[in-house]
Design a protein around this ligand. Sequence first.
Ligand code: FFO
Ligand code: GTP
Ligand code: K
Ligand code: MG
Length: 461
Amino acid sequence: MPDPAGFADTIAAVATAVAPGEGSVAIVRISGPEAEPIGHQLFVAPGSQSWDSHRVLYGHVVDPASGERLDEALLLLMRAPRSFTREDVVELHCHGGLVAVQRVLELVLAAGARRALPGEFSQRAFLNGRLDLTRAEAISEMITARSRRAAQLAMAGLDGGLQLRIGALRERLLDQLAELEARVDFEEDLPPLDGAAVTAELEAVRLELEQLVAEARQGELLRRGLRVAIVGRPNVGKSSLLNLLSLRERAIVTDLPGTTRDLLESELVLDGVPLTLLDTAGIRPTSDRVEQLGIERSRQALAAADAVLLLFDLEAGWSLEDQALRELVPEGVVLLVAGNKADGAGLPVGLVPPGDGEPADVRFSALTGAGRDELVAELLRRCGAGCLEGVQVALNARQRDLAAAAALSLGAALEAAAQQLPWDFWTIDLRAAVRALGEITGEAVSEAVLDRVFSRFCIGK
Ligand SMILES: Nc1nc2c(c(=O)[nH]1)N(C=O)[C@@H](CNc1ccc(C(=O)N[C@@H](CCC(=O)O)C(=O)O)cc1)CN2
Ligand SMILES: Nc1nc2c(ncn2[C@@H]2O[C@H](COP(=O)(O)OP(=O)(O)OP(=O)(O)O)[C@@H](O)[C@H]2O)c(=O)[nH]1
Ligand SMILES: [K+]
Ligand SMILES: [Mg+2]
């Protein structure tokens, strides 16, 4: 465990969610050598409450200049090293809201703290040895989780699941590296090395890394969510589908073509996967200026989405216009063609029979909800989010790139082995792989990389 990094300055920030009108309690967090003196300056605790570590004091935040009471609050003192940052920490638990708590923070800043940068508390926790890098990143992921599954994965990371997996792989590589390096230096003095055993071990580690890289995409889906655009001609039922999936009357539905004029977003979770669903203006030639602008946005949404749900009207059948829309969907964007109005309520004959050459991947009815589950399952399956239950740990994008780089280096080391090159040719690539894994856990990581990682955290974390 490293020595405490010994930061001289004291940092402060609002540690709770900053949204208007939300949250009944807000915490101003102060960490560093001045935390306790600042607490004494600004907090008046009546009676004989003593300032012990891990005790809560009751009192008021008072402006020392004017004597004005800013808030009734609780103060929590956690003396170093028994705190999240391993520094002295003082938390002021204030009444929630935005304005009052900002005044308290300003008082703390005036008393000698400086505003914490995004992620700076966690960065100090990391640099003081409280957390490894995978746990620190898991905290950030926990905060931004948009579904229960994403939160579960983050908790697995916080429990050290990723650190253990990556740490164990790194150890195995270090063992092989030690063997090889010893041979580079003292070949004559040592028993002959079993080259086949070394390559088998490297190959096993390489396969595990590739498995982790493959699973990372699914974790990424759970974390970031999918952007899905519902696209189609006017009146095919795009807004009706948005309402069906969001379980509320989010969008206006009428029988007038051209009802939706603007992009409409709805955040939802389907089978544990967070989605941003976009309702778009029906695409058709029009001379209406406002509708034209809306249609332009539909086209942009279609091009920028992870997946496109192309709706058409089963009662009207698949048309050349639908075909033209399908051709707008860029390569690489997941496409699901869904036929709506399968109920056939608008037809005298009832249920719509499949038309000739109709390309529907799924058929459903936004009116009755029939086929809804199949539509969702097929959409998620095509997005690669079909089988997320088995995923236990998930690398984020940074970690995935490093794991992929390590796997690649191991591939190169195995190549050197296959060509029966001398030991030192293997060790160059093996060392690169060890370094990449160390960058995941934070054992071998530059200050610039750390700054980049923690700057993506939210303020106060
Ligand atoms: N009010 C509050 N809630 C919070 C946090 C916080 O900082 N403040 N956390 C922050 O993100 C999380 C909890 N994480 C924490 C981790 C360690 C310590 C801590 O003081 N550890 C000491 C004492 C343990 C003990 O007494 O046994 C230690 O490990 O030495 C505190 C919070 C979530 N909830
Ligand atoms: N029979 C039947 N009618 C439906 C179904 N889904 C939508 N409709 C009707 O189709 C009409 C158009 O629905 P909308 O959801 O407004 O269609 P839209 O694609 O959003 O239309 P624009 O925004 O104008 O492009 C409305 O009268 C709906 O009630 C369905 O599954 N079955
Ligand atoms: K409509
Ligand atoms: Mg609409």
